[in-house]
Design a protein around this ligand. Structure first.
Ligand code: SF4
Length: 776
């Protein structure tokens, strides 16, 4: 007999969940309040009430042994009469809520009732569905009586539906497993760096919880981490691979690698994209009143999943959208549901590492063997800190106060006025533009808590007639309060106010190190492989990612014929010297780009410097000059990069800002880029926040300047250097200019490019070395 373990939720949600998508009713806030209301209700019951009663029963069903388990909200034992109670709460009209969800809720209760009746040998048992309003705490109860046979017949019909789908999935998994087991490395050759990397990954997938690999660009990282992970997928049931990236370009690489795998084997993958990108409406408003794709989402999802599952293996944005339109479903939610049927989930970091966005369906309670492949992992510390850093800006209040007039808005107006009063009072005590605060003001905090309750009611009452920007502000407050409750010594709170004290102060909460959150998220992951071309400088990442062991260095695959690194430590790019050295810098740039017709990018320390350099370099017949501008649109950025063509017949010189959009994630392969020139060392400009960061690391590690300024800058330089060689056949040069390259940690870091680094001083020497290099 086949054995199965199922939770009541898994079974009933799959078979009976129907109704609309509605983020006004189902959101984090209502879930949290629901939990509180349940606990409060349960605590008030008498001693005949058994709360959170755990049940488990193994059923024999058509050659299957199905162990069903779950926790019922309450069991009321009154002599020989037993009632199974399911409690539901909602911030909407509970009569409607009941009507829309009765079958689903009753289905859950029926499973519990049957398990209880079988365990205690009851012929008849009662069910009570209790609904509690989150608005006014009104209660409404619905009662039912069932015989054991009636319950069994219903629950067995759920088993039938569930198993029919399960066997479709299993059939696919058997074929997939067979073909993945037979899969050899999908490319013709394994590069030496890939071989080393795969050995490390294989070892980690057997023995380690997490591993950190620093592997140069062009070393074939994507397949080197995917291939061994797919082999685990073939060996261990219930394995899911999460390929997590910081940028869209990383997702595309993973998708491409999986297409190569699919030429020889089977694998299903979903690429998860942001709601704003997937949404089929002009405005994201996920409720049945405003979006046709939200209407009866849960009633339509099973057929849509089955359709996509039978006919496709790759669920990228286009394919998900095609099927979502076909079945009139929200594509964003649909892709999330497809992840459950996929072997590989390609997604942004946030789907594991963001407290508000992470994939609850996998990570709230562990359901399998999880492998996380974290691409470009040098981005992760900053991203996680940013996820826990928020600003609370009360500017929308100005418009709310005007709009929310009239008796029907009395409650919400009152709380907004209270917050305004709190803010005005608080403003009195503020002395300077930026101020750190040790504690968030108590009165304001309790007003905000009240605002969340009243605001939730207001949103329900108003439906789609909400004041402009209200729901965004509501969810901002909600998030801010949640992060505020987590804040400890790794956080800092501060305020900002305009000079004239005319406007409300803004409150900032900044996370300075997210290392403990990263570890927390990793608890549900069995094996995490972090890889990047720039997990350096090592001390920085060891602290920011809590790495106990070494970062594994994959050998550099580049030869002297492929990469030349010139370091000009004679030209000062200190701020005070920039005007004076500008013409020398321009001369050296001209020398570097005049040796060979090609494409080159010069990275400058700031936009101001870029403009000055543009003046020096323009009006030349020898090359076309293209320049990065502040706030370029995505289309303008694409156009900028398209200028760098393959096999150029005239030199193109691009100017871009170091650390800007063109410093990372730019993939100009082959001779689309033959060299980069980096001016300065990329120190971030001092700011109030940077200084806070410096003080924090000074207190914690006695090394504030390194952690706040020097290490992030050095990582930025290494990233920018990585633009030149994108594949094993690329070749090109890097010219670094600044006196600071003569000193540690820059000097020390450059030692890792053993044999590729040459010191230069003059334009002539640069020309000479490049002439020799390109001749080879
Ligand atoms: S299509 Fe857009 S508005 Fe509609 S449910 Fe999906 S994300 Fe929300």
């Amino acid at each position: 007999m086949r054995k199965f373990n199922l939770s009541v939720h898994e079974l009933v949600d799959f078979v009976l969940h129907s109704g609309d998508l509605d983020t006004r009713i189902f959101n984090l806030e209502t879930m949290t309040r629901g939990t509180q209301i349940h606990a409060f209700y349960q605590a008030k019951q008498n001693d005949k009430y058994l709360a959170e009663y755990a049940l488990e029963y193994t059923f024999e069903y058509e050659n299957h042994l199905i162990t069903l388990q779950g926790r019922v909200d309450g069991v009321i034992v009154n002599g020989s009469e037993v009632t199974i109670e399911e409690i539901k709460s909602a911030n909407t009209d509970i009569d409607n809520f009941f009507e829309n969800n009765e079958a689903w809720h009753l289905g859950q209760a029926k499973c519990y009732a049957l398990m209880y009746a079988l365990r205690f040998n009851l012929d008849v048992i009662d069910i009570q569905l209790t609904y509690i309003s989150q608005i006014d705490e009104r209660k409404m109860m619905k009662r039912y009586t069932f015989t054991r046979e009636e319950l069994q017949s219903d629950v067995f019909s759920y088993f039938g539906e569930y198993l029919a789908f399960f066997y479709q999935v299993e059939k696919y998994e058997k074929r997939r497993t067979k073909r993945l087991k037979a899969l050899n490395f999908p490319y013709k050759e394994v590069r030496s760096s890939q071989k080393v990397m795969m050995e490390q990954v294989e070892h980690a997938l057997e023995h380690e919880h997490k591993i950190f690999l620093n592997a140069p660009t062009g070393s074939g990282k994507t397949m080197a981490v995917l291939y061994p992970s797919l082999k685990v997928l073939a060996e261990k049931t219930n394995t899911k691979i999460f390929y997590l990236t910081a940028k869209g370009s990383g997702k595309a690489q993973a998708e491409n690698a999986l297409r190569v795998v699919r030429e020889k084997a089977l694998v299903k993958s979903t690429t998860v994209s942001a709601k704003e990108k997937m949404c089929l409406n002009d405005k994201v408003a996920c409720n049945p009143d405003e979006c046709p794709y939200a209407v009866n989402y849960y009633g339509k999802i099973r057929n849509a999943l089955l359709d996509a599952f039978k006919s496709r293996d790759e669920y990228n944005t286009e394919i998900v959208t095609e099927y979502a339109k076909k079945h009139e479903l929200c594509p964003f939610e649909f892709q999330l549901d497809l992840t459950l049927l996929s072997d590989v989930i390609i997604a942004d970091y946030n789907y594991l590492f963001d407290p508000f966005v992470y994939l609850r369906r996998f990570f709230d309670s562990k359901r399998g063997n999880y492998i996380a492949l974290v691409d470009e992992a040098h981005n992760l510390p900053r991203r996680v800190s940013d996820n826990y850093s928020l600003v609370l800006d009360f500017t929308p209040f100005y418009s709310f106060r005007k709009v929310l007039k009239g008796a029907e808005h009395k409650k919400i107006r009152r709380i907004i006025n209270r917050i305004v009063k709190d803010l005005d009072e608080y403003k009195e005590g503020i002395i300077s533009e930026y101020e750190t605060i040790t504690e968030f003001p108590h009165e304001l905090r309790s007003s905000l808590d009240r605002f969340l309750v009243v605001g939730s009611e207001y949103m329900q009452e108003q439906g789609n007639n909400l004041a402009e920007g209200f729901s965004d502000f509501f969810f901002d407050v909600n998030k801010f309060i949640k992060i505020l409750d987590l804040a400890d010594e790794d956080f800092i709170l501060y305020t900002e106010i305009d000079e004239a004290r005319k406007f409300f102060p803004k409150f900032f909460i900044k996370c300075l190190s997210g290392a403990k959150f990263i570890n927390e998220f990793l608890k549900v992951i069995d094996h995490a492989i972090f890889f990047s071309a720039t997990l350096a400088p090592a001390p920085y990442f060891k602290t920011m990612l809590s790495i106990d062991d070494d970062i594994h260095q994959i050998p550099n695959p580049f030869s002297r014929e492929q990469l030349l690194i010139m370091v000009d430590g004679s030209t000062s790019l200190y701020y005070k010297d920039r005007e004076q050295t500008l013409s020398v810098v321009a001369e050296k740039i001209r020398a570097a780009i005049s040796v060979k017709t090609g494409n080159y990018i010069v990275y400058t320390p700031s936009f101001m410097y870029l403009e000055n350099l543009e003046q020096e370099l323009r009006n030349s017949e020898d090359y076309d000059l293209i320049v990065q501008r502040p706030s370029m649109s995505d289309i303008e950025k694409e156009k900028y990069l398209e200028t760098f063509k393959l096999s150029p017949t005239k030199t193109t010189l691009g100017l871009a800002v170091l650390g800007g959009s063109f410093s990372e994630g730019v993939d100009l392969v082959s001779d689309r880029l033959s060299g980069v020139i980096i001016l300065g060392v990329g120190y971030p400009p001092p700011s109030f926040e940077k200084e806070l960061e410096k003080d924090y690391f000074e207190n914690k590690l006695n090394d504030g300047i390194s952690y706040a300024y020097v290490y992030p800058a050095l990582n930025k330089i290494l990233q920018t250097m990585g633009r030149v060689i994108r594949s094993e056949k690329d070749y090109g040069f890097i010219l670094l200019m600044d006196k600071r390259y003569n000193y540690s940690p820059y000097r020390q870091q450059l030692e890792s490019y053993d044999g590729l680094v040459v010191q230069v001083k003059s334009a002539e020497r640069i020309s000479y070395l490049l002439a020799r290099f390109f001749l080879n």
